[in-house]
Design a protein around this ligand. Structure first.
Ligand code: CA
Length: 366
């Protein structure tokens, strides 16, 4: 073979090779895509968090970034923090109305509109992250949650968990229930109702106002999240007594909400990507929260100007009794609330029975 012919043969061989590689790639990608393979979706997600808020806002952004990579750019979600596009507490309505396709927040923010939604975030003395994941993913909880949001054309997914929160910062020691009488504490939701029953004075304050209110003694106490976010807000400068455990928020589930009509326009593979990315980020946000709390607690324990205390047992027991009363009262006046409460309680009792002889028994070994 002359050099010229050899080159010609090589060129033909290479081009055939390249062509066949191309066609294989085309076949593969066509097979992987179930509908409208060329269509690119540009979605908006709004959240209830401040811009750049660590773990929560950042986790929502990581979720969107991962979906862009996994979908090869076919699903682009632009994430807006609370207030950037709409006020934070209008997230649910914006998703419901289809103003945006997605939202990130927590179900108890919509308690005014959907009281029973609180069971899908957290209730005082409720289940921790382990129990909530077992209930939601495999114990019928998520199906129930989807039924509850169905009239609003919103599809929920668990997307993150704060883990057990801290009990909060107090400007005096809490040695008995008498110390709660008249105490002005920033504590929202059902926790606030229970606190009021215990004689306390629950105050509603946005996160941005918490530090100043405590520092100026407008309030006597506040809860926030856990050691990491509490330290970041500087609450140790405003009150000296830091209490645990966060009886009022034992494992707050964060939620992804998707507009139902928008969801139905997605091909099955993009739906699977969103659903699996949500599960992945649900685990990731909790583990990041735990790691950051581990580090922050170690730093707070070094401080000489604060004291970290456990709430006295009798205070916790009384708050627990008052929580049972509060939940039963809410259930008695609202059949929708009762339906979710009953399902939650049934799973919770089974979960407690197993936890008592597994994780709790193990952790109780002296
Ligand atoms: Ca909290």
């Amino acid at each position: 073979m002359s050099p010229k012919n050899w080159l010609k043969t090589l060129a033909i061989t290479l081009s055939i090779g390249l062509l066949s590689a191309c066609s294989e790639q085309e076949i593969d990608s066509t097979a992987a895509q179930t509908a409208e393979p060329s269509k690119t979706y540009r979605w908006k997600m709004v959240t209830t968090w401040p811009p750049g808020f660590p773990v929560l806002q950042q986790g929502a952004e990581r979720f969107a970034d991962n979906i862009k990579v996994m979908s090869n750019g076919r699903l682009n979600i632009k994430v807006y923090a609370g207030g950037e596009l709409i006020p934070p507490l209008q997230t649910f309505d914006a998703v419901s109305q289809g103003t945006v396709e997605m939202g990130h927040g927590s179900a108890y923010y919509w308690a005014g509109k959907v009281p029973e939604a609180q069971f899908f975030s957290t209730v005082p003395f409720g289940m921790t992250a382990r129990g909530m994941n077992a209930w939601l993913y495999d114990g019928g909880g998520l199906e129930l949650w989807r039924e509850v949001y169905k009239p609003f054309h919103v599809i929920p997914f668990p997307l993150g968990n704060t883990g057990v929160q801290m009990g909060g910062w107090f400007n005096k020691e809490i040695n008995s229930l008498a110390d709660i009488k008249g105490l002005k504490m920033r504590i929202p939701g059902l926790g606030g109702k229970v606190f009021a029953k215990a004689g306390g004075n629950p105050i509603l304050l946005a996160g941005s106002e918490v530090y100043t209110a405590l520092e100026r003694n407008t309030i006597d106490a506040t809860e926030w999240i856990g050691p990491y976010h509490d330290q970041r807000l500087g609450l140790y400068r405003a009150a000296k007594h830091y209490y645990y455990p966060g009886w009022h928020e034992p494992g707050t589930v964060l939620e992804l909400t998707v507009n139902e009509r928008a969801w139905n326009t997605l091909p099955a593979d993009l739906q699977a990507i969103v659903s699996n990315a949500a599960q992945a980020e649900n685990v990731r946000m909790l583990s990041e929260m735990e790691q950051k709390n581990i580090s922050a607690l170690a730093e707070l324990q070094q401080r000489k100007d604060i004291q970290i205390h456990r709430f006295p047992d009798d205070v916790l027991q009384k708050l627990k009794t008052l929580t049972d009363e509060t939940l039963q009262e809410e259930a008695a006046k609202d059949p929708k609330f009762k339906r979710v409460y009953d399902a939650y309680q049934t799973f919770r009792q089974q979960n407690d029975a197993w936890s008592d002889i597994s994780e709790n028994a193990y952790l109780a070994i002296p």
